[in-house]
Design a protein around this ligand. Sequence first.
Ligand code: ZN
Length: 403
Amino acid sequence: MTQDEKLDRLANIAVKIGVNVQKDQELIISAPIEARGLVQRIAAHAYDAGATLVVPFFADEVIQRTRFIHADDESFDFAPAWVYEAMAKSIGDGAAVLTIVGSDPMLLAGCDAARIGRTQRATAAAMKPMRALISSFATNWSILSFATPGWARSVFPDETPDVAVAKLWEAIFAVSRIDQPDPVAAWRDHAATLLDRCDILNARRFAALRFRGPGTDLRVGLAEDHLWAGGATEARNGVVCLPNMPTEEVFTMPHKMMVEGIVSATKPLVNGGALIEDIVVRFEAGRIVEATASKGQEVLRALIGTDEGAARLGEVALVPAASPVAQSGLIFRNTLFDENAASHIALGQALALNMQGGCDAARGANESLIHVDWMIGSAQIDVDGISAAGAVEPVMRAGAFVL
Ligand code: ZN
């Protein structure tokens, strides 16, 4: 298969499985400027599927970094709310959304952490109405990746730029099941497996999960009426979409007041263009009371300090250590990939689909401007489920499901 054929398959599954674009539906696509060719292919498939209009928004990372070098210090609290308001309006009118990511994890290396924090807060506040529509699945949406040179350089620092990009594409195609004879059918099978796993976990009604391994002994209380989700999701408009490609996780809602213990990250976290390594965090009564990192500690603390809910959990997810993403052996420095290589927790906003009747703070749903996933699983981590009566049942051993 040529590179063009593979990109075309990726575009096809993004339209048919990822977003599942419907006839007479508008499609909004956000993408890095480097992904223009892929967006053009996606547009072709979307129009074949009957889309009324494909509206692309391209972002330029050079301009993003330029801001941190040339803009006035007072300007970093500004975000273009009008863009997100327009998108929210369009989603309200029925548009589907596809986000293509591929940012250079080191884009803002050396830039002022306080400015990065202010920019993130301003952007998160401006995006809030749109994010609420997305996280409550008002429409069908999906996220997909594109191998930009900046991202590839960060994953394969010792390769030439061309080789790094080629290797990153190889990895993306492998974990996206592009090499399978029928990628659309392979994705349907995989989504069914994830759904089975959710059914089993939902039947257990665990009160808490306990993670144990090197540097980790963490008890994550689960919210009342929590729901496990994973794979495909039926949006409120009735369209079944696959929000993340790739996806290997099943995830649910922690109780925001009931997380206790110490947890060590098993992979670096990339946030706001900065790399945070060797995170160790201690929770008391659901809240982070101590946070350290060997690198990027200031960015981590700024992130946790975004608002009250940023120091509490909004998601806990289980991913087998043998997932295709983990098997690649790579650290992608991209949450969409790394979160599918390992069990993880997310700081910040809880997800409406993880609680019967949607997010309710009284039953433990966390609220925040942020939602940042962060990897805590590996082949050395065991997970137990704990019932309300205190009975313990093994869920994962050495990173594999045993339930
Ligand atoms: Zn997740």
